[in-house]
Design a protein around this ligand. Structure first.
Ligand code: FCB
Length: 469
C-alpha cells in the first residue's frame, strides 16, 4: 500500500493509541481483595474457553503496569485505553469498597500521566461481578442503578485526572453472545433475557453519562460500539432477513436508542414491555464522542434453530481472511463504516479497537516477525485516511492490542498484541508491528505538523465539529 502512504497528511490533532481491557491483561485474579466476575466463573466451566484458559494470571499487568507503561511510552503514542474491573473495586458489585483495587487504578493513571500518555478509561469491558449476576445481572432493572453507583465511585476517585471516559465496550457483542449464543458470559440462551439486558444496558449507559457529567470536570464522554456491515451469505430472502435481524442486534440496538432515542424497528415491539416512561430520555443523554471497534464485515445466514433465526456464515470463498480465525479482511468496509457513522450520528469518532489476531512466535534470535499484522494495520489505517478525506470525522485510532492477552472464548490462542507475551515467563517482546506502529505514528505526527494547521475537507460539515477536543 505504498502508494496510499503518499496521500494527504493526517489531521494535526489526530490521537494515536493502544488498547487493552482489564480481564484480558490484569491477572491478579485473587489478589488484594478482587472479587470474581462472570468471566472468572465462565473460565471454570468445561469447554467454554479454548485450552481451559483463564484470566487468573493473564499478562499480570496488575503487577507489571510500570513496565507496560514504559512500553506504551516507547511506542510514542498519545493515549492508552484500558478498562476498570468492577469486581476489583467493588468485590460484590455494590456495597463494600476495595480500596486496594482503586489504588491500583490510581497508580496506573498517575504513571501514564507522568509518562505523557493520556488515560482513556472504559468503565465496563464485560466483567460483571458474579455477585450481581446472581441477582439477575443485566436482566434486572436494578442493574442500571448498580452501574451508576459503581461509575460514581470510580469517577470520584479518578475524575480529577481522567477526562476521557467510555461507559461501556461493545454492548452488542456481549449481549448477543452472552444471552443468545453462549459464546460469552453469562452464557444464557434466552430471548427474554436478551431483550431485557439490551434495555437495561442502555439505561445503565444513560445513568453513567449523568454521573460522569456531574462528577468529572470537563468530561469527554463516549460509548464504544462494535459496528460492522452485515452481509447475507446468499441473496435468498431467508438470508437477507437473517442479515437484517443480525444488523438490528449488532449495529443498531444500542447506538439508535442512545443517539436517536429509538429502538430499531425489528426489535422495538419485543423490547417495549420493559420500556417505562422517561426511559428513552434517560438513555439518550448527550455524549461527546462515539467509539468504533471494527475488524471486518459479518456474513449472516438463516438458521431457524437459533433464538433469533440467524447464524454466522462464511465469507465468500475468494475473500481475504485471517488464517487463524477466518475473520474477513475488507478495509473498504471500514472506510464505509466511518463515513456512515459520521453521517448518521454526527459525533466525533474514535476508533477504539482495530487490529489483527495472528500467532507469531519469537524466532531463534528472539525477534517476532508479524508481517500479516503489519499489512492489516497498513491497509486499515489507509482506509481510515480515505474516510477522513471523504469527510468522516475521525479523531483518533487505538490499535487492538498493546499486548497478547486472554481473548475470551479463544483463551490464549488468538493473540492480537503488537507486543508478544510469553505466557510461561510473562516476558514482553515488541513485535515487528510495534516497531512499524512507532515509525508510522512518528511519521503521521511529523506529516501533520509539517502540513501546518489542519485543513478540514469541505465535506466535513460544521455540525460534526461540535465536541471537538
Ligand atoms: C473485541 C473485544 C476485545 C477483543 C477484540 C479482539 O470484540 O472488545 O476485547 O477481544 O474483539
Amino acid at each position: 500500500m505504498a502508494t496510499r502512504t503518499a496521500k494527504a497528511a493526517w489531521p494535526k490533532d489526530f490521537l494515536w493509541g493502544v488498547s487493552t481491557a482489564a480481564f484480558q491483561v490484569e491477572g491478579a485474579g485473587r489478589v488484594d481483595g478482587r472479587g470474581q466476575s462472570i468471566w472468572d466463573f465462565r473460565c471454570t466451566q468445561p469447554g467454554k474457553v479454548a485450552d481451559a484458559g483463564s484470566g487468573e494470571v493473564a499478562c499480570d499487568h496488575y503487577h507489571r503496569y510500570e513496565e507496560d507503561v514504559a512500553l506504551i511510552r516507547s511506542l510514542g503514542v498519545d493515549a492508552y485505553r484500558f478498562s476498570i474491573a468492577w469486581p476489583r473495586v467493588l468485590p460484590q458489585g455494590r456495597g463494600r469498597v476495595n480500596e486496594a483495587g482503586l489504588d491500583f487504578y490510581e497508580r496506573l493513571v498517575d504513571r501514564l500521566l507522568e509518562n505523557g500518555v493520556q488515560p482513556w478509561a472504559c468503565l465496563y469491558h464485560w466483567d460483571l461481578p458474579q455477585a450481581l449476576e446472581n441477582l439477575g445481572g443485566w436482566t434486572a432493572r436494578d442493574s442500571a442503578g448498580w452501574y451508576a453507583d459503581y461509575a460514581a465511585l470510580v469517577a470520584r476517585r479518578l475524575g480529577d485526572r481522567v477526562r476521557h471516559w467510555a461507559t461501556f465496550n461493545e454492548f452488542s457483542v456481549f449481549t448477543l453472545f452472552g444471552y443468545a449464543m453462549d459464546w460469552c458470559a453469562p452464557g444464557l440462551m434466552d430471548r427474554t433475557a436478551n431483550l431485557r439486558a439490551i434495555h437495561h444496558l442502555n439505561l445503565a449507559h444513560g445513568c453513567g453519562v449523568d454521573v460522569l457529567r456531574d462528577l468529572v470536570p470537563d468530561a469527554f464522554i463516549g460509548a464504544i460500539h462494535n459496528r460492522q456491515v452485515v452481509r447475507p451469505c446468499t441473496p435468498s430472502e431467508a438470508d437477507r432477513a437473517a442479515a437484517a435481524m443480525l444488523d438490528a442486534h449488532w449495529n443498531l440496538a444500542f447506538p439508535e436508542p442512545q443517539l436517536r432515542a429509538t429502538y430499531p424497528e425489528l426489535l422495538a415491539e419485543a423490547i417495549d414491555p420493559w420500556v417505562r416512561s422517561g426511559d428513552m430520555a434517560q438513555i439518550s443523554r448527550r455524549i461527546d464522542w462515539i467509539g468504533l471497534n471494527h475488524y471486518g464485515p459479518i456474513f449472516a445466514k438463516s438458521d431457524p434453530s437459533t433464538i433469533w433465526g440467524f447464524a454466522w456464515g462464511d465469507a465468500p470463498p475468494d475473500s481475504p481472511v485471517r488464517p487463524e480465525i477466518g475473520w474477513p479482511i475488507f478495509p473498504d468496509a471500514f472506510r464505509d463504516e466511518l463515513l456512515e457513522l459520521t453521517r448518521r450520528y454526527k459525533l466525533p469518532v474514535y476508533v477504539t479497537e482495530n487490529g489483527m489476531g495472528s500467532r507469531d512466535a519469537p524466532d531463534d534470535k528472539g525477534v517476532v516477525h508479524d508481517p500479516r499484522r503489519i499489512a492489516y494495520l497498513e491497509t486499515y489505517t489507509s482506509a481510515m485516511r480515505d474516510a477522513i478525506a471523504a469527510g468522516a470525522d475521525v479523531r483518533g485510532y487505538f490499535v487492538w492490542s498493546l499486548l497478547d492477552s486472554f481473548e475470551w472464548g479463544s483463551g490464549y490462542t488468538n493473540p492480537f498484541g503488537i507486543i508478544h507475551v510469553d505466557f510461561e515467563t510473562l516476558k514482553r517482546t515488541p513485535k515487528d508491528s510495534a516497531r512499524w506502529y512507532t515509525k508510522f505514528v512518528a511519521a503521521a505526527k511529523k506529516g501533520a505538523s509539517e502540513a501546518g494547521a489542519t485543513k478540514r475537507t469541505p465535506a466535513r460539515s460544521a455540525s460534526t465539529k461540535k465536541g471537538a477536543r
